[in-house]
Design a protein around this ligand. Structure first.
Ligand code: RIB
Length: 317
C-alpha cells in the first residue's frame, strides 16, 4: 500500500514546560519548581510529527513568527522529513508559545499564546490545495482562526477528503460549517464545553455525546486519558480501554493519539483497530517527558506493543 499522506492545517508552539512538586503556587506566592524544559509543541505540529514518526508523509500548513523561534520550528519539521513549503512566516508577530505546568502525577495544565498561528488564513489553505488534495485524511484543531478551520472543511469536502477534527482548545463552533466531519475527537473537558453541563459519570458522558449527534456530528470519539477512549457512533457506544504505562508526563498524549489515529486509518486499518493502536501509541508517549520528543518511532512502538497490556475497562457500557 502507498505511504499514508496526512494533511495538517493547524498550529505550532514552543512549549515552555515547568514540572512542579507538591502544589501550584497561590496568587502572590513564589515557590521552587522542580524542572524546566523547552520543546517543540502545538497541537497541530505534534499531531503532524506523530504521523511522520510512524512513517507517514505530512502536508503541513501552519504559521510562525519572524522571531528567533520561527526558523527553529521550521528546522524541526524538516528534521522529521516534513516539507516546509506551506509554513508561512508572519512579519512583526511572535511564534506561538505554550507555558505548560506538569504536576507530580504527570498531569498538565496549559496556556496557549497563539502569536502567528492567529494569522493562518483561509488563503493559506487555498494556496496549499494541490498538496492537501493528495491527503488520505486531514487533521485540524482549534488553535488557529475558526474561519481557517471552516475553509479547511470546505476544501476537504471539495476534494472528498475525510477530516478528523480535534476541537481543542474548546471554542463554540458553527455546526453547519463542520457538518460532514468524519471524526470529531474532543477530550472530556472539551466535550463538557459543547454539551453545556459537567460530565460526572458514564451517563453524563453518553448524554454529552448525544448532544453532538443532535447537532449533526455523527462520529464522536472522546479521549478519556488513562481510561482510554469512547466512540459514539450510529446511536451506539464502544469503549476502548487504555494501555498500561509508566506515566511521567501526559503532555501531548492526546496529540499522539490523533496523529496515530490518522496514520493507521490512512494505512487502511478499520476504525476499531486504528483507535486501539492510537490508545497504545498515546500511552507509550506518557512514559517520557515532553511533547513531540516523547513520541515513539514506528519501530519503537511496534517493539513496545509486543508486551503492552491493556487496562481493565473502567466502566461497562
Ligand atoms: O496538546 C499539547 C499541546 O497543547 C502542547 O504542545 C501545547 O503547545 C498546546 O498546543
Amino acid at each position: 500500500m502507498a505511504r499514508p499522506v496526512i494533511g495538517m492545517v493547524g498550529s505550532n508552539m514552543m512549549d515552555l514546560i515547568t514540572y512542579y512538586e507538591d502544589r501550584f503556587p497561590r496568587v502572590g506566592e513564589t515557590i521552587f519548581g522542580k524542572d524546566f524544559e523547552i520543546g517543540f509543541g502545538g497541537k497541530g505540529a505534534n499531531q503532524a510529527v506523530a504521523v511522520a514518526k510512524l512513517g507517514g508523509e505530512v502536508v503541513v500548513v501552519t504559521a510562525v513568527g519572524d522571531d528567533l523561534f520561527g526558523p527553529l520550528v521550521k528546522e524541526n519539521f524538516a528534521r522529521h522529513g516534513i516539507d516546509t513549503s506551506f509554513i508561512k512566516t508572519v512579519p512583526g508577530k511572535t511564534s506561538g508559545v505554550a507555558p505548560i505546568f506538569v504536576d507530580p502525577r504527570g498531569r498538565n495544565s496549559i496556556f496557549i499564546i497563539p502569536g502567528a498561528n492567529a494569522f493562518l488564513l483561509p488563503e493559506d489553505v487555498w494556496k496549499a490545495r494541490e498538496a492537501l488534495a493528495r491527503s488520505h485524511f486531514i487533521l485540524v484543531q482549534l488553535e488557529i482562526p475558526l474561519e481557517t478551520v471552516y475553509a479547511t472543511m470546505d476544501l476537504a469536502q471539495k476534494f472528498h477528503i475525510p477530516v478528523i477534527l480535534n476541537p481543542a482548545p474548546f471554542q463554540p463552533l458553527d455546526w453547519q460549517s463542520i457538518r460532514g466531519v468524519r471524526l470529531f475527537v474532543p477530550n472530556e473537558r472539551e466535550l463538557e464545553g459543547f454539551a453545556g453541563f459537567p460530565i460526572e459519570g458514564e451517563e453524563d458522558l453518553k448524554r454529552a455525546v448525544a448532544t453532538l449527534w443532535e447537532r449533526g456530528i455523527e462520529n464522536v470519539l472522546v479521549t478519556l486519558g488513562e481510561r482510554g477512549a469512547l466512540l459514539g457512533s450510529g446511536g451506539t457506544f464502544t469503549l476502548f480501554p487504555a494501555y498500561q504505562a509508566r506515566t511521567v508526563d501526559t503532555t501531548g498524549a492526546g496529540d499522539a493519539f490523533l496523529g496515530a489515529l490518522a496514520y493507521f486509518l490512512a494505512e487502511g486499518k478499520d476504525l476499531p483497530c486504528a483507535v486501539d493502536l492510537a490508545c497504545a501509541y498515546a500511552a507509550l508517549s506518557t512514559e517520557k517527558r515532553g511533547t513531540q520528543k516523547s513520541f515513539a518511532s514506528r519501530e519503537e512502538f511496534l517493539e513496545w506493543l509486543k508486551t503492552a497490556q491493556k487496562k481493565s475497562p473502567s466502566f461497562i457500557l
